[in-house]
Design a protein around this ligand. Structure first.
Ligand SMILES: [Zn+2]
Length: 337
């Protein structure tokens, strides 16, 4: 099983715009000099700088929201790719990691903040109107000759459902998926000419519960995956939990991905920290919002626990002692388990 970080930054981190000159432009300028400069003539530094400055383009150095891909190896050797949270910038971070939407088989949603569900409308509409998701869907559509988008809408308006094999899976706690639907409903409920649209129209919805594992095959092994409830936001009368994932392999590996959570809240989550060998830990580095553990809090943990923590979901990169934590996660990093 492989875990890849599509992004590692906090919800509202934004990247920076920098002026940059492409290798092609530098190459072009150097060739021009080599061809035109006469022997003993000085190198025209000022001209080179001027020309390269005018060739500079504005580039974006992104900071993507903290989303992951979990990749399992199915019996037939093909991967099953499960996305853990899909924020507003998911389509860009996915592409940045070298994947297309077609490569994704399922989605898991931990809680309804925009950096975890903001990509839902793009994900749902892009999958349903994609005639190539998955193999065989185009043939299923092609009894008639018109464009695929019309065909899909026509099938739905006739009361047909998209067959399960042509829809991605959507996993999550029932309360989260209900809130996900409430948030996405205006955009997803309206397909031209189609009535009675709901989350099941787009996805194979699979509800999850704490301590009720779903099994994922992974080559010779199996992974039992279940949710762990923790408190993310406490607004007095109303709390927003985040449902993290505990992943336990048949050969004894245990990974805990609490997603967004306050520091050891409720206290019972500390049991999962003890049990796990590796924890992907959200870590705040700026002013305290109280809805994520702050780096200063995490530094107070025992050395034994700190050595399990892979820190991510930061704004500025955490400053730690060498080897204090297991790792500071970077965008694009893949871990194999
Ligand atoms: Zn959150």
């Amino acid at each position: 099983m492989k875990i890849t970080a599509l992004g590692v930054n906090s919800a509202f981190s934004s990247g920076e715009y920098v002026k940059s000159v492409s290798l092609e432009a530098i190459n072009h300028e150097l060739k021009k000099i080599v061809h035109s400069k006469k022997k003993n003539e000085p190198i025209p530094i000022k001209d080179i700088i001027k020309n390269l400055s005018s060739a500079a383009e504005t580039m974006y150095k992104p900071k993507w929201q903290s989303n992951f891909i979990l990749e399992f190896e199915k019996e037939n050797g093909n991967p099953y790719r499960l996305v853990l949270d899909f924020g507003s910038d998911f389509r860009h971070s996915l592409q940045g990691a070298g994947y297309k939407l077609n490569d994704i088989d399922g989605y898991y949603c931990s809680h309804p903040h925009a950096d975890h569900i903001g990509g839902i409308e793009g994900v749902a509409l892009s999958h349903i109107f994609n005639p190539y998701f998955k193999e065989g869907k185009l043939e299923w559509l092609k009894n008639e000759t018109t464009n695929e988008i019309d065909l899909i809408a026509k099938r739905l308006s006739n009361g047909e459902q998209i067959p399960e094999k042509y829809k991605p899976d959507l996993f999550g706690h029932k309360s989260v998926l209900n809130e996900l639907w409430s948030a996405a409903r205006p955009g997803l409920e309206t397909i031209q000419g189609v009535t009675d649209v709901n989350l099941h129209t787009y996805f194979n919805v699979k509800y999850m519960q704490d301590n009720r594992p779903i099994i994922f095959d992974d080559a010779e092994r199996k992974w039992s995956i279940y949710t762990v409830t923790s408190v993310h936001v406490n607004a007095g009368y109303r709390q927003m939990p985040s449902y993290g994932l505990m992943l336990e392999s048949s050969d004894g590996k245990i990974i805990y991905m609490p997603t967004d959570t306050q520091f050891m809240t409720p206290r019972q989550v500390s049991l999962y920290y003890e049990k796990a060998h590796v924890v992907y830990q959200d870590c705040e580095t700026g002013p305290r919002s109280e809805v994520h553990p702050h780096l200063d809090d995490l530094k107070t943990l025992s050395p034994h626990l700190k050595k399990k923590l892979i820190l991510y979901h930061y704004g500025a990169e955490p400053e730690t002692e060498p080897d204090e934590f297991k790792e500071i996660l970077k965008t694009g990093t893949t871990h194999e388990y």
